[in-house]
Design a protein around this ligand. Structure first.
Ligand code: A3P
Length: 320
């Protein structure tokens, strides 16, 4: 393992020399790798994940950009997929964070070990993991197998605000805070972790249109609008539809409630501690609303991003 790690470091150094580089949001540089931006530290982990993720037709992968509803999707998918593997009143979400139950491949799976034993990280079957990397860069073990992908996106305005507040709170106090304007300019130029935003969303959108049995494309706003309908769709897609009996017994609503922002935010496990190093569990739960961008955006910011949304999405059939 150590040898694999060392050779990766040498290869990584060589790779970094060849990549376009920009100042990131919190002091470290971002590199443009396979068309998406990420820090050198993250890139090392991404390469391990791309190289070593095993093939399995039954794995389920959750995909998203940061701040688009990853935590919510983890809670919902975990609760739906594994509902018959634990007692109804013993959902592990009561005592573990969604990020502990569904690990993020590039944050806490491949970080200290380029070839981790994934078996030890999964209590239930099929395996369920999450990633932020764009569709085009997913390992072939995911893209070319029958494993299913659930993608969640969110309107870019709320995504941007959620990200800016999140990074502002987490930043190293010795480093200067990136102003809202500076961050917005970077976001509009596509410079954000795993971005450009529109490339990420469109990559999964197109793949889901071409292969709807493999990729389910969800929107944060639709989940807010009608959670029961979306949870049923998720269960159907995963091949574990709710039975009539389950529906009568209110299992769908029960899952929606336990995974709700209001419930998760108030659980002790999500109020304290850190599961992912450097990121307090509580920082994943802020407001959980649609439209908070209105409290931050100036008219010129609205105009600029709306123009970009039209330019990037009009031909795709995807709208926010
Ligand atoms: P806000 O910052 O707008 O409140 P991610 O999980 O991808 O990091 O996204 C975090 C965003 O999702 C934050 O948005 C957070 O508050 C919100 N969120 C977290 N858990 C949620 C839940 N159960 N339901 C709805 N929104 C949730």
């Amino acid at each position: 393992t150590q040898d694999a790690d060392k050779s990766l470091d040498d290869e990584l150094q060589q790779l970094l020399q060849t990549l376009p580089k920009e100042e990131g949001w919190s002091g470290s540089s971002f590199y443009l790798y396979q068309g998406f931006w990420c820090s050198a530290r993250r890139l090392k982990v991404v390469v391990s994940f791309q190289t070593h993720f095993p093939v399995s037709d039954s794995n389920v992968i959750l995909a998203s950009l940061p701040k688009c509803g990853t935590t919510w999707l983890k809670a919902l998918t975990f609760s739906t997929l594994y509902r018959n593997q634990f007692a109804r009143d013993e959902n592990p979400l009561r005592t573990s964070t969604p990020h502990q139950l569904v690990r993020q491949l590039e944050y806490n799976v491949y970080v200290n070990n380029p070839c981790p034993n994934l078996k030890n990280m999964c209590v239930y079957k099929p395996w369920l993991f999450a990633t932020h990397i764009p569709y085009a860069s997913l390992p072939t073990s995911i893209k070319d197998s029958n494993c299913k992908i659930v993608y969640i996106c969110r309107n870019p305005m709320d995504t941007f605000i959620s990200l800016w507040v999140f990074i502002s709170k987490l930043r190293d106090e010795n480093k200067e805070l990136l102003s809202l304007d500076e961050a917005f300019d970077k976001f509009c130029h596509g410079i954000c972790g795993f971005g450009p935003f529109f490339d990420h969303v469109l990559g999964h959108w197109k793949a889901s249109q071409e292969n709807p049995d493999k990729i389910l494309f969800l929107k944060y706003e639709d989940l807010k609008e009608d959670i029961s309908c979306e949870v049923k769709q998720l269960a159907m897609f995963l091949g574990v539809p709710f039975t009539e009996d389950e529906e009568k017994q209110g299992v769908v609503e029960e899952i929606a409630t336990i995974c709700s922002f209001e419930n998760l935010k108030e659980l002790e496990v999500n109020k304290k501690g850190l599961f992912i190093p450097g990121i307090p569990n509580e920082s994943y739960f802020r407001k959980g609303k649609v439209g908070d961008w209105r409290n931050y955006f100036t008219p010129s910011m609205v105009e600029r991003l709306e123009k970009l949304i039209h330019q990037k999405l009009d031909a795709s059939g995807l709208a926010f």
